[in-house]
Design a protein around this ligand. Structure first.
Ligand SMILES: Cc1ncc(COP(=O)(O)O)c(C=O)c1O
Length: 396
């Protein structure tokens, strides 16, 4: 069997429709969008079309869309730009314990360099931000609330509309990292009370290295990159025309096919989840089983074994998945998001994220489940913890 890719939360392949619209940007429409001649104007027109496609997809105006190099840059820009622009108003930022490192590390850095104070909202067992804690955390000096729309590890959706309303009722700006959400969750920046929103094309079948920051008109934000007049002089640098064109098409397709894709992916995931529960013991589903989650993600903890060991064995039989641990400085750190849900550290170490995509099939799921049964049986036979049956009592 061909290799099976179950890591679509990490990145997606670029769809054929997207490649088709990108190709001319490398050959005929190669001009620099800032040039005033024909070639420049042609490139600039394509960037304008993409800006409109993005604006339409999230209920924004074209003048509110800024192209960036991806989700990390957009998240960095918001946090640094708000801290700078609102420093006379306050220095307090509220975020959640399960945000992407693009936000958490940036805020942490600002606590050292700019005296920013941060409140990290706790997370329920199912992965939801506690709204009461959010209300309690608000101070007169709070300048930004930033909570992601969908989590990249367990797929939980946050109630961004309510969070945005609380922010606005208290005259605080609201940013949401919608990098994982946009494929499956309808986004409307007006109805959902969003002031800033981050996107990244490679999570929705577009190219890598291109993203979006939405900024509501009239809201202050520090300039991000200086030097040229691109992106209204806020983010200078020659446009990545091909990437931007690909992003525009990809988001148009994501919105067009959202309902159909959600149905397909949730059926596939539900089949996978029920197969795992019926064929493997001592396995725990992480996150929520309610409808407030991405249809493409299933995160499990396999007791008595390391997620990393399963990942490597799956790789050997042609299956690509992601573990809940991040390899940093030689040591395997368990996922901060899973720990935030109260999962014991051993189970966080034993976690794997399976993220489905449009090319996955039920036949592939059968092969993955069969492989997982063999691999977990084999690894548990070698596990001293399993021999002593330590654990097995975690109540999820
Ligand atoms: C929720 C979230 N935010 C931000 C990012 C970073 O996006 P990019 O890879 O475009 O820098 C990711 C990527 O994994 C993500 O999942």
């Amino acid at each position: 069997m061909d290799r099976i890719y179950l890591d679509h939360s990490a990145t997606t392949p670029v769809s054929k429709e997207v490649i088709e619209v990108m190709m001319p940007c490398f050959t005929e429409v190669f001009g620099n969008g800032s040039s005033q001649h024909f070639h420049g104007r042609e490139a600039s027109k394509l960037v304008d079309i993409a800006r409109k496609q993005v604006a339409d997809a999230i209920g924004a105006k074209v003048s509110e869309i800024y192209f960036t190099s991806g989700g990390t840059e957009s998240d960095n820009w918001v946090v640094r730009g708000v801290a700078e622009a609102y420093k006379t108003k306050g220095n307090h930022i509220i975020t959640s314990m399960i945000e992407h490192p693009a936000l958490l590390k940036t805020i942490e850095e600002l606590t050292r360099s700019h005296g920013i104070e941060v409140t990290m909202l706790p997370i329920s067992k199912e992965g939801f931000v506690c709204i009461d804690e959010l209300k309690k955390a608000i101070r007169p000096t709070t300048i930004l609330i930033t909570v992601m729309a969908a989590n990249n590890e367990i797929g939980t959706y946050q109630d961004i509309e309510t969070i945005g309303k609380i922010a606005h009722d208290n005259k605080i700006l609201f940013h949401t990292d919608a990098v994982q959400a946009v494929c499956s969750m309808p986004l409307d920046v007006v109805a959902q009370n969003i002031d800033f929103l981050s996107l990244s094309a490679h999570k929705f079948y577009g190219p890598k290295g291109v993203g979006v920051l939405y900024r509501k008109n009239g809201i202050k934000l520090g300039k991000h990159i200086t030097g040229g007049e691109q992106e209204r002089s806020m983010r200078a640098g020659t446009h990545n025309t091909a990437g931007i064109v690909g992003l525009g098409k990809a988001i148009e397709i994501a919105v067009r096919d959202r309902d159909k894709n959600n149905k397909y992916l949730s059926e596939l995931r539900d089949y996978f989840v029920s197969e795992i529960h019926s064929k493997i013991e001592n396995v725990y589903f992480n996150g929520t089983k309610s409808d407030k989650r991405m249809p493409s993600v299933a995160n499990f903890s396999f007791e008595f074994i390391e997620g990393e060991s399963i990942l490597l064995r799956l790789d050997l039989v042609g299956i690509s998945v992601s573990s809940g641990s991040a390899c940093s400085s030689g040591s395997l750190e368990p996922s901060h998001s899973l720990l935030a849900t109260g999962l014991p550290i051993e189970l966080a170490h034993g976690s794997l994220r399976f993220s489905f995509g449009l090319s996955n099939t039920k036949k592939q799921v059968d092969y993955v489940v069969k492989s997982l049964v063999e691999i977990t049986d084999n690894l548990r036979e070698l596990s001293p913890l399993f021999a002593r049956k330590e654990g097995g009592t975690f109540n999820v």
